[in-house]
Design a protein around this ligand. Sequence first.
Ligand code: SF4
Ligand code: SF4
Length: 113
Amino acid sequence: MNPVPPPAGCLACGVCCHSMLPTFVRLTGDDWSRLGPAAERVAHFIGHRAYMRMNAGHCAALELRSGPDGAVQFFCTVYATRPQICRDLARGSPECLGELSAKAGRVKSGAGL
Ligand code: SF4
Ligand code: SF4
């Protein structure tokens, strides 16, 4: 299979913020603290561990907005305080390309993951 090239910007993609798994984005104690007041809104505990909440197939912190050209933009509402795992997933990295290969078509079509 041909690798899926990363888009020019993450705003046009949002693929790595999508999953149906409730435990997709695990948080450390530092992550929870960094989120500050937003933590209660976008994160929660499952058992003894903290995770970003997942809603409609994507992270609860992700907002789908209409860009200047009318195209959808995938906007992280906690970008400045996002979890370390999100900081580490650089655009164009093997992890990014793996996410794109696994899910890009499904996110584009609006179908669940
Ligand atoms: S890091 Fe990769 S998969 Fe995630 S939004 Fe950016 S281009 Fe998409
Ligand atoms: S915190 Fe932001 S970057 Fe991380 S999965 Fe959620 S929306 Fe995506």
